[in-house]
Every structure is written in structure tokens, then in C-alpha cells.
Design a protein around this ligand. Structure first.
Ligand code: PRP
Ligand code: MN
Ligand code: MG
Length: 182
């Protein structure tokens, strides 16, 4: 579809709602990490938008690094089998690591990532996610910063894709069924 407007069913979170929530999360993170340096670890590709918008709101000294993992294999649901496609550049020894995610769905990607990063000698590892689907959780993950808890509907935008599209939408919306049934 050339016109993305027709592919959306409804807007779940506006650009303004996202921005307001990010202001709050950034203030919390600034306070929690006062006097420390933070290594933000963005999980490609979905976390690109939240990483950019959150990092710009922080007043802490931060570094930004990126990891790419593949968790979905051929299927559309998370298998929990995770492969590193691009590892971090940074050495985590003694670092305060804050993983930045766009969404936690089953939690399997993050659960694997947490145990992996914790073996690298960091001073701390916490998680910030823009979205979380509590009803879709297959594993419990301890997440310090959550933007919004949302229903299990298929959502796109603000980094989230359907077949690699819609990531550039500045808001989060649900897809019209014709997009994935056509
Ligand atoms: C999505 C999303 C999270 C993960 C959440 O990434 O960005 O990283 O799935 O799912 P889970 O909680 O069920 O593990 P995806 O693997 O689609 O890659 P992408 O970020 O490149 O879209
Ligand atoms: Mn992702
Ligand atoms: Mg995806």
C-alpha cells in the first residue's frame, strides 16, 4: 500500500502522548543514575526511535551502543532461540547498562539478552521499554522503566514494523486487518 494512512485501524498512542511519557521516564532515569555514566544499549531495529528520543531527553553522560539479535527464525512468534547478528562494540565491565527496547511481547528476546549481558561483568543492567504487552508474557522479566502497557493487538509505528514497514510512523497504531489478510 502506497498510502500508509489506509493501512491503519486506529491510533493507540499519539506522538504527543509518547513525548510526554518519555519526558517522565527521562526524569526518572536522570534521578536514578545521578552521578553515574550510563551505557544505553539499543536493540536493533525496533528501538531506534525510542533510543533517539529518550537519549535526547537525558542530562546524564551517556554512550549509545547497539545490538542486533534475531529471535523469530522463520515463524512469526518468538521462539526464544536468539542469535546475535551484531554484537556490542563496548566492553561492559563495570558499566551501568540500560537496555532500550521498543516493545516487550513474549519477553523471550529480553530474557535471553539480560542473561547474556549479565555474564559480561557490568556494574548493573536495567531495561527501559516504550511498550509492553503484559498479557503476551511467556517469561517474567524485571523491567525498571515502562512507557505504556498495551493490549495484545498487532501494533506498528514508532520503530515497530509489520514486514519491515511502518517503523517511521511517529505514533503507535493498530493495523487494519486487510493489510495482513490481503
Ligand atoms: C521485536 C521487538 C522486540 C521483540 C519483542 O523485534 O522490537 O525486540 O520483537 O518480542 P518478544 O518479547 O516476543 O521477544 P524483532 O525481532 O521483530 O526485530 P526488529 O526490532 O528488527 O523489528
Ligand atoms: Mn526488536
Ligand atoms: Mg520486528
Amino acid at each position: 500500500a502506497a498510502d500508509m494512512g489506509q493501512d491503519l485501524e486506529r491510533v493507540l498512542l499519539t506522538e504527543e502522548q509518547i513525548g510526554t511519557r518519555l519526558d517522565e521516564l527521562a526524569a526518572q532515569i536522570d534521578a536514578d543514575y545521578a552521578g553515574r555514566e550510563v551505557l544505553l544499549v539499543g536493540v536493533l531495529k525496533g528501538a531506534v526511535m525510542v533510543m533517539a528520543d529518550l537519549a535526547r531527553r537525558l542530562h546524564l553522560p551517556v554512550e549509545m551502543d547497539w545490538m542486533a539479535v534475531s529471535s523469530y527464525g522463520a515463524g512469526t512468534t518468538s521462539s526464544g532461540v536468539v542469535r546475535i547478528l551484531k554484537d556490542l562494540d563496548a566492553d561492559l565491565t563495570g558499566r551501568h547498562v540500560l537496555i532500550v527496547e521498543d516493545i516487550i511481547d513474549s519477553g523471550l528476546t529480553l530474557s535471553w539478552l539480560l542473561s547474556n549481558l549479565r555474564t559480561r561483568g557490568p556494574a548493573s543492567v536495567e531495561v527501559a521499554t516504550m511498550l509492553r504487552k503484559p498479557e503476551a508474557a511467556k517469561v517474567d522479566v524485571d523491567v525498571r522503566y515502562v512507557g505504556f502497557d498495551i493490549p495484545t493487538d498487532f501494533v506498528v509505528g514508532y520503530g515497530l514494523d509489520y514486514a519491515e514497514k511502518y517503523r517511521n510512523l511517529p505514533f503507535v497504531g493498530t493495523l487494519a486487518p486487510h493489510v495482513y489478510t490481503d
